[in-house]
Ligand binder design. Structure first.
Ligand SMILES: O=C(O)CCc1c2[nH]c(c1CC(=O)O)Cc1[nH]c(c(CC(=O)O)c1CCC(=O)O)Cc1[nH]c(c(CC(=O)O)c1CCC(=O)O)Cc1[nH]c(c(CCC(=O)O)c1CC(=O)O)C2
Length: 341
């Protein structure tokens, strides 16, 4: 039994006494207790791949920030890793894939892993977290959208343009579809296993959605996200967060996802008109948290006002930035909790 089910009810589209709140990237570098634990380890991968530690940092923001949901501490890049394309997390630089996908033979070699074998450490972290949470708040599972995962697999690292990945869609569309189909099959099995391990909502992150033109987005991304939502929606509410893809809202509204995530470039009132009865999640600019406490409160209230008229889960428009003062995150959370719009 959940002691606080506000997030879950809002994610199902039900009315709630107040707006629930959590933050993308709430576990991690903003918290001193995370940095202390992380400092004792060899690196990010050790933390992600040690279930008891991943569970511990998942729960840190529940204690420190009093948010209404936990999100499993992991990364979208565990999926390519399990498919046979390992990543390294280079300190202060980000992810790096020593091998990248260049040819049909490379795609051929990728596995569609059994989640318990390839990603058992995430599933174990979910089981430990679920038990330790003891019903305090719901637990969110997640994965990257196939397009965003392809972007990393082809590019090999973060990029301003992702021009190799975008180029592939023009040069070798059939190969891109083969790769996307394999990632999609892996992701569906993985998210279903996350649900079996205790995830009560799943979120699909299409972080690099906004770099595609809308027609390519429909062909190479929406289609695969739709497959994922169709497979998961009978089990748990699904959230789709496609950063920068403001033109995709109506397409997502036609899928069986339950919640649509908004980044800070989107106008909540306009999205409301396009999104039917979906729950909306977002969308404070992470930079708003650099203000004074009074400024944070005012920006949060302005944001809340814009979401009036339907179910809302308060969040930022993307992950919280690592140099954000946790005290300001608490102001954000407390302002949402006090709001009766
Ligand atoms: O810029 C790039 O290309 C790579 C970014 C990057 C990734 N993992 C990474 C890094 C390095 C870094 O953040 O410094 C490496 C990474 N992943 C994570 C952390 C923790 C933190 O940010 O402090 C870190 C940095 C960890 C550290 O250095 O100790 C954890 C993570 N990644 C992710 C999530 C899910 C979420 O966002 O809530 C979560 C869990 C959050 C939680 O439990 O509260 C998902 C993720 N990872 C990643 C992406 C792609 C988009 C992006 O953020 O640029 C996305 C999806 C997204 O946020 O849109 C890739």
């Amino acid at each position: 039994m959940l002691k606080n089910d506000l997030f879950l009810r809002a994610a199902r589209g039900e009315a709630t006494e107040r707006t629930p709140v959590w933050l993308m990237r709430q576990a991690g570098r903003i918290l001193p207790e995370y940095r202390a634990l992380r400092g004792r380890l060899s690196g990010f991968k050790e933390l992600v791949e040690t279930p008891a530690l991943a569970a511990e940092v998942t729960i840190q923001p529940i204690d420190a920030l009093d948010v209404d949901a936990a999100i499993i501490f992991s990364d979208i890049l565990v999926v390519p890793d399990a498919m046979g394309l390992p990543y390294e997390m280079v300190e202060a630089r980000g992810p790096l894939f020593p091998n990248v996908i260049k040819s049909a033979a490379d795609v051929e070699k990728l596995r569609i892993p059994d989640p318990e074998e390839g990603l058992g450490y995430v599933l174990e972290a979910l089981r430990i977290t679920k038990k330790a949470l003891n019903g305090r708040v719901p637990l969110i599972g997640f994965a990257g959208a196939p397009w965003t995962i392809l972007a990393y697999m082809v590019e090999g690292h973060g990029s301003k343009t992702f021009s190799k990945a975008r180029g592939m869609l023009y040069r070798e569309p059939a190969l891109a579809h083969q790769l996307l189909a394999k990632i999609t099959a892996t992701t569906i099995a993985y998210l279903k296993a996350q649900v079996a391990a205790g995830a009560q909502v799943v979120q699909v992150f299409d972080s690099w959605a906004g770099i595609l033109p809308p027609d390519h987005y429909r062909e190479f991304s929406t289609r695969y996200i739709t497959e994922i939502t169709e497979a998961l929606a009978p089990l748990v509410p699904v959230t789709v967060f496609a950063k920068g893809a403001w033109w995709a809202v109506e397409d997502f509204a036609a899928t069986s996802c339950r919640t649509i995530g908004l980044d800070w470039n989107q106008d909540p009132a306009q999205v409301r008109l396009q999104a039917g009865n979906k729950t909306l999640q977002g969308n404070l600019d992470p930079c708003a948290l650099y203000g004074t406490p009074e400024q944070v409160k005012a920006a949060t209230e302005t944001m809340l006002r814009k979401f009036a008229g339907g179910p809302h889960i308060a969040n930022l428009g993307h992950g919280v930035y690592p140099d954000t003062n946790p005290d300001n995150v608490r102001v954000f959370v407390d302002t949402v909790k006090a709001w009766r719009g």
